[in-house]
Design a protein around this ligand. Structure first.
Ligand code: GLA
Length: 739
């Protein structure tokens, strides 16, 4: 029988095969927390264990906040017919989906594979998709009999266990050793066509031959617009490169399919992806002042604000009405100093260049509240995980200055992984070898007019297993102040081990109150970002405890399921957003992400990425870029530099959008804006094109007759009392309505 393998762009490691050669192992798993060598044995009686599902982490199945060891066991039959029907009969592959973090796998009591360390050493921690291949004649396999698969897992923090999409056992086929690599960038040609090179590769010495069929499909009508077939040959070390160019098309996404048919086995592998398209217009030569209209700082503390402006360089900056104590560098637009007096100071910024002059009214609020609009910046986690280092942070800072700061981006936040294994003899926290000079790094970031963030946990250890601030809060706050830190992400993690096992509301608040008190002793404005995944309805008390933002969810991944589930569920917390205090549905997953050493393109399609940025802006979320900044491509840059979209996020009213309409296929979210306008996101949550009509009568949108497409920065001409728009699958149309 012919086998078909489909690799989708959403889950690059996902295989769908014809059922016959594949045994699904998705159901019937038993689970126990803890650790015992007996649990590997097929003879062990696991009947009293708990049932567990392998499509979600154990935290979501009755084991909240559990880190450490857990075992999964499954009894299953392995029919030899799968071997007989296979083209290659020599190996089987066991797909375990995602393992979080490390595992040892036993088949009928024999160790058949292991990955990552079991001792909690974070450096060897290997969260991710996992599969093992073993010889079909391995005596551990019991063909046509009951087998017992036992998976020992060690979770170092955060979500744990087996999860993900695909759990199966199959015969290894010729095509299993083939990769269709689509990780290269798309290039936008001058004539607005796009080009790219993909390649077919293998690590096997077998010489693969066959045909590659390439198709461009219009996702709206499902018609193929272009098709080409090429003979291909590749083997280990000699990939087959396939460059292609697609001429200019209307600005939307098209589906690309790469279909490889292997000549001898007739196995087919399909990979699809969607083309990127840039809606954000290039900024013009004339100066334009971007970013929020308001900035808050505390009296007596160092002040740092860079006027974000686009336009032809060089530009000169001036400001009228600056409060006493502040000075502006007219060449860089960086304002520094210290203001002693509380008060609201109306200021007028002026930016001038050879193409013109632009002014903007701005308010500096010197008072108790900072972070009046959500933070805009970069955080190392989604890109580099625990492999972040000084160099990567510097690249991020330099890139932010060159490409993003003109649009208001300003924080460089180092997440987990910077801490040394031991405190000094006097108990001070110090960085590890990856950060040889934290104060120097912070100085560099400040010299660019940017700000610097850091990460810790109220527990003894961070989620990544590094040192936390437990019982050293005052000392750590002081160290951060000495280094010049401007932002602290404070992540619950192992605090579970030192608090009540069933925390009360007071227990949830406590560690954040303690660190708040410590930070208040430091003469710096340090943004305080709570990270405890929404426990105890943190949105209800985050502001009172002094948080500038609080995570409202668990960790995001770069999948539609993760991003859309998080984004479209920000309902209960919405009303609590206010200037200085925002919900944080977690960091952005656009651009090249990877949580470690290897970065790849976000698995969100281009339309899903437009949805992500639009929705997060409507939600007044901190926007923290989570990609390798050294590898920003033009599409990602377009996503992150649309000043009208950013203005929605940064709106001074500080409200969060409401879910106004929710159907099975689409949603409408509406955000009130400071100028009386409304930002409206029309989201297509289905996987087909949809035509959606927005009523502008007899509802809160009545009388709003001016409609502006925010991504394209164009007014839309409509007549009558409704607005009808086509929305791409998983895509969005973001508009601003005014009267
Ligand atoms: C948790 C947080 C992440 C990241 C890691 C670091 O999982 O939710 O955002 O900070 O810890 O270990």
């Amino acid at each position: 029988m012919r086998k078909i393998f489909i690799l989708t762009s959403l889950t690059a490691a996902l295989f769908l095969k014809a059922a016959a050669q594949e045994i699904p192992i998705e159901n019937g798993w038993q689970f126990a927390r803890g650790d015992s060598s007996q649990w590997a044995s097929p003879a062990y009686n696991d009947l009293k264990w708990q049932h567990i599902e392998v499509n979600k982490p154990w935290e979501e199945q009755g084991y909240p906040n559990y880190d450490g060891f857990g075992w999964y066991r499954l009894h299953f039959m392995l029919p030899s017919s799968i071997k007989e029907k296979a083209f290659l009969k020599d190996s089987i592959r066991i797909n375990l989906g995602i393992v979080d973090d490390n595992d040892e796998v036993y088949l009928n009591g024999k160790l058949i594979g292991e990955y990552g360390g079991m001792g909690g050493d974070i450096k060897t921690s290997k969260y991710g998709p996992r599969s093992y291949t073993i010889a079909a004649n391995n005596p551990a396999i019991l063909w046509d009999k009951e087998n017992v698969l036992a998976v020992r897992i060690f979770d170092t923090g955060g979500a744990g266990g087996l999860y993900g999409d695909k759990h199966s056992i199959s015969m290894l086929s010729l095509i299993d050793n083939v990769t269709i690599n689509t990780d290269g960038d798309f290039y936008f040609e001058e004539n607005e066509g796009i080009s790219k090179t993909i390649y077919l590769s293998t690590r096997s010495n077998y010489v693969y031959k066959g045909k590659l069929n390439f198709k461009v499909t219009d996702p709206e009508t499902n018609t193929d617009m272009r098709e080409a077939t090429t003979d291909v040959v590749f083997t280990a070390g000699k990939p087959f490169n396939y460059p292609f160019t697609i001429d200019k098309l209307p600005k939307r996404s098209y589906k690309l399919s790469y279909i490889f048919t292997e000549e001898r086995s007739h196995d087919i592998m399909v990979k699809t992806e969607s083309t990127p398209y840039v809606l954000t217009p290039y900024p013009g030569a004339k100066p334009r002042i971007n970013g929020a209209d308001v900035y808050g700082a505390r009296p007596g503390n160092p002040f740092l604000y860079m006027i974000p402006a686009t336009g032809r360089k060089p530009m000169s900056y001036s400001a009228a009405g600056l409060p006493d104590g502040l000075k502006l560098d007219s060449r860089t637009g960086i304002i520094t100093g210290v203001v002693a007096q509380k008060g609201e100071y109306p200021v007028v910024f002026t930016v001038h260049n050879s193409a013109g002059t632009k002014t903007k009214k701005f308010t500096i609020k010197i008072g108790d509240v900072i972070g009046l609009t959500p933070a805009l910046g970069w955080n190392s986690w989604n890109a580099f995980g625990l492999t972040v280092n000084d160099q990567k942070a510097r690249v991020a800072a330099k890139t932010m200055t060159d490409k993003l700061a003109a649009h208001g981006w300003n924080y460089i936040n180092i997440d987990d992984g910077w801490e040394a294994p031991q405190r000094t003899a006097s108990g001070e926290i110090i960085p590890n070898q990856k950060f040889p000079d934290m104060k120097g790094l912070t100085g560099y970031v400040h010299s660019l007019g940017l700000k610097m963030g850091i990460y810790s946990s109220p527990g003894p250890r961070t989620c990544g297993g590094y040192l936390g601030s437990w019982q050293h809060e005052d000392q750590d706050a002081k160290t951060y102040g000495d280094w010049g830190i401007d932002y602290l992400k404070y992540d619950w993690c192992s605090y579970s081990e030192v608090t009540n096992p069933s925390p009360t509301l007071a227990d949830y608040k406590k560690p954040y109150q303690v660190m708040r008190t410590s930070l208040d002793k430091i003469p710096r404005d340090i943004m305080f970002s709570f990270c405890q995944y929404g426990m105890g309805d943190v949105w209800k008390w985050g502001a009172e405890v002094g948080g500038n933002s609080w995570r409202s969810t668990g960790d995001i991944e770069d999948t539609w399921k993760s991003m859309s589930t998080i984004g479209f569920n920000q309902v209960a917390d919405g009303p609590y957003a206010q200037p200085g205090h925002f919900n944080d549905p977690d960091m952005l997953v656009v651009g090249k992400v990877g949580w470690g050493d290897n970065q790849r393109n976000s698995r969100l399609s281009p339309d899903e990425q437009y949805t992500h940025i639009s929705l997060w802006s409507l939600l007044s979320s901190p926007l923290l870029i989570g990609c390798d900044m050294g590898k920003l491509d033009r599409f990602t840059l377009g996503l992150l530099t649309n000043d009208e979209v950013i203005a929605i996020d940064q709106d001074a009213l500080g409200k969060e959008a409401r879910q106004a309409i929710k159907t099975d296929n689409y949603q409408v979210w509406i955000k009130d804006l400071e100028d009386g306008g409304k930002a409206v996101g029309v989201f297509n949550t289905s996987d087909k094109y949809q035509t959606i009509t927005l009523q502008l009568k007899d509802n809160e949108l009545g009388g709003y007759t001016k409609i502006r497409n925010v991504w394209e920065q164009k007014y839309i001409i409509t007549s009558g009392t409704n607005y009808t728009t086509k929305v791409a699958p998983h895509g969005v149309v973001l508009v601003k309505l005014s009267k």
